[in-house]
Design a binder for this molecule. Structure first.
Ligand code: SMG
Ligand code: MG
Length: 368
């Protein structure tokens, strides 16, 4: 089925620097995969970042692991469906973001050939979803209030503030004071705290947050369970949930009452759907995370987030939240803060060839 493969590294400039507890970035380096076969093509997006700061994967490493270890297995297995991709790659430990990109490219190819939209394939029930937005750490509280005000005016239905030690209680208090108690608000620490910070994190309880996301280290499942007992704010895991197995462990341990589902982090959209199903069966809410995706991954995330268990708004913002120019036709925000679930076959968009050329910094290709 696979006749040609192209792996491209692209660099998209960000409209404004994006700062988290992991550091600050001014451009997004992404790896795109194009698989061609049977007169059609499919696209996948690898969400690993240029540096391994969010997780252990990084874009250059992802390209290498695809070329050296994943693609040879994919070709040898002669996969014909997306369901066959993860089993074919199981022998390689880790590298979920690289694996997810290959699975998405195969899935997009298969669905385009069948004329089926990704959302329909997942069993999604909605045609539009409410969008949240993630707000980076700002140079001052005044700047933060400005940025949040802009997103509220645009119509975003939920605001997430990035926090870190020294930038937590005060910014949250200021946002609550200015925008009121009704603004759906949550925070994300990207693993910046320790269990010893519990008294500090407990001070966030008075602000009625929807959730605290990943306060502790990614392998601190047990400590998250202890922390959850000390807080009234619901605890949500991101980095710690790397598979349906770890999601099950987190749920049964009481380490999370909410899960941020990111397909790249868990090895693909099929595993992401399994986490959705598992969480739904246990009454655990899920929402769709974001990794500053281009219009490809962004659309795929929106399709996934249209499943019924995604009961909280995700980081499924419009293209212009990060990019002045997206690689595909932009994902746009409706006036009431919703984004439309793509209804075209597969992911529902392809990169513009001229823009792709403009932003590509490295290409590798294979032909059978
Ligand atoms: O795509 O809207 C987006 C970004 C959302 O904050 C976001 N993602 O930990 O949830 C998260 C971060 C990870 C990316 S920055 C390292
Ligand atoms: Mg997060």
């Amino acid at each position: 089925m696979i006749e040609a493969i192209e792996i491209r590294t692209v660099r998209l400039p960000l409209r404004a620097p994006f700062q988290t507890s992991n550091g600050v970035s001014t451009e997004r380096e992404l790896v795109l995969v194009r698989i061609a076969g049977g007169g059609a093509e499919g696209w996948g997006e690898c969400v690993a970042e240029r540096e391994p700061t969010y997780s252990s994967e990084h874009s250059r490493g992802a390209v290498d692991v695809m070329r050296s270890f994943l693609l040879p297995r994919l070709l040898a297995a002669q996969v014909r469906t997306a369901e066959e991709v993860a089993p074919a790659l199981r022998g390689v430990v880790g590298h979920p973001m690289a694996k997810a990109a290959l699975e998405l490219a195969v899935l997009d190819l298969v669905l385009r050939r069948r004329g089926v939209p990704l959302a329909q394939y997942f069993g999604a029930t909605r045609t539009r979803i409410p969008a949240g937005v993630s707000v980076g750490i700002q140079p001052s509280v005044a700047a933060l209030l400005d940025v949040v005000g802009g997103f509220v005016d645009e119509g975003y239905r939920r605001i997430k503030l990035k926090i870190q030690p020294g930038w937590d209680v005060e910014p949250v208090r200021a946002v609550r004071k200015k925008f009121g108690d009704d603004l759906p608000l949550q925070v994300d620490a990207n693993a910046a705290y320790d269990l010893a910070d519990a008294p500090l994190l407990r001070r966030l309880d008075e602000f009625g947050l929807l959730l605290i996301e990943q306060p502790l280290h990614h392998d601190d499942l047990y400590q998250h369970a202890r922390l959850a007992e000390m807080l009234t704010t619901p605890l949500c895991l991101d980095e710690s949930v790397v598979s349906a197995r770890s999601a099950a462990a987190a749920i049964s341990m009481g380490a999370a009452s909410i899960i941020n589902v990111k397909p790249g982090r868990v090895g693909g959209y099929l595993e992401a759907k399994r986490i959705h199903d598992l969480a739904q069966a246990h009454g655990v809410a899920v929402w769709c995370g974001g990794m500053l995706e281009s219009g490809l991954g962004r659309r795929a995330n929106i399709a996934l987030a249209a499943l019924p268990g995604f009961t909280l708004p995700g980081d499924t913002s419009a293209s212009d939240r990060f990019y002045a120019t997206d690689l595909t036709a932009p994902v746009t925000l409706e006036a009431d803060g919703h984004v439309l679930v793509p209804s075209e076959p597969g992911i529902g968009a392809t990169p513009d060839p001229d823009l792709l050329r403009k932003f590509t910094v490295d290409t590798w290709s294979y032909e059978r």
